[in-house]
Design a protein around this ligand. Structure first.
Ligand code: ADP
Ligand code: 5GP
Length: 193
């Protein structure tokens, strides 16, 4: 899939268990003055405080999401948490590559593996690993965006997600933020050269 003749867009896929620091590191990467744009996913959950439609996500109702599944508008989609659907729209990649930018994805681990299969050698997939599960739990609590039940589900899911780590091109342990930010920028810069 390359809508432009002279620009081969690449895909940078960032995946991790929820709370490991994907969003934080994706933001550091986007601030790094590389030719990158964030792939805005569609999702069916409600916006959190401070989240904006068409910026953080394309917030859709379940019916609207289902409609886009039926019309095959997604590269990949998943019910990441029960009742909450998330997916990468084909149109989003076209939008970004037309601007001659490479795409950055923040997706869950299964989505990351699917996108790597789709983009193949044009993609670099990076797994963000929390230093350990206690730190992961602390970060989820500190973020203060999920209730107790949701945090429990996210931690349970992380056990399975850790098992897919070896399917990724690179693993970054997100312990000290200054180190992991530097690492991710260097790795991506090298891949884009
Ligand atoms: P994810 O997008 O993977 O769910 P976030 O980027 O939202 O994770 O990070 C979860 C929480 O942990 C946030 O409150 C964030 O500020 C914090 N955080 C991220 N990276 C670090 C780090 N290296 N050290 C300490 N706290 C961090
Ligand atoms: P949150 O609700 O915390 O924003 O996101 C929950 C999970 O869904 C995160 O792991 C996030 O990376 C993932 N996610 C966001 N967009 C997509 C997407 O388009 N596809 C998939 N598979 N996962 C996504």
């Amino acid at each position: 899939m390359n809508p432009s003749n002279d620009f081969q867009g690449k895909a940078i896929i960032i995946s991790a268990p929820s709370g490991a620091g994907k969003t934080t590191l994706v933001n550091k990467l986007l601030e790094a003055k590389l030719p990158l744009l964030f792939s805005i996913s569609a999702c069916s959950r409600n916006p959190r405080d401070g989240e904006e439609n068409n910026k953080d996500y394309y917030f859709l109702s379940i019916e609207e999401f289902q409609q886009k599944i039926n019309t095959q508008e997604f590269i990949e989609w998943e019910e990441v948490y029960k009742g909450n659907f998330y997916g990468t729209l084909k149109k989003e990649i076209e939008r970004i590559w037309k601007k001659k930018k490479h795409v950055v994805f923040d997706v869950d681990v299964i989505g990351g593996v699917s996108l790597k299969e789709y983009f193949n050698e044009d993609a670099l997939c990076i797994f963000i690993k929390p230093p350990n599960l206690e730190v992961l739990a602390q970060r989820l609590k500190k973020r203060n965006s999920d209730d107790k039940e949701s945090i429990k589900k996210r931690i349970e899911k992380s056990f399975e997600e850790m098992k897919s780590m070896d399917k990724f091109d690179k693993i970054i342990v997100n312990d000290k933020l200054s180190t992991s930010s530097k690492d991710i920028i260097e790795i991506v810069e090298k891949f884009l050269m």
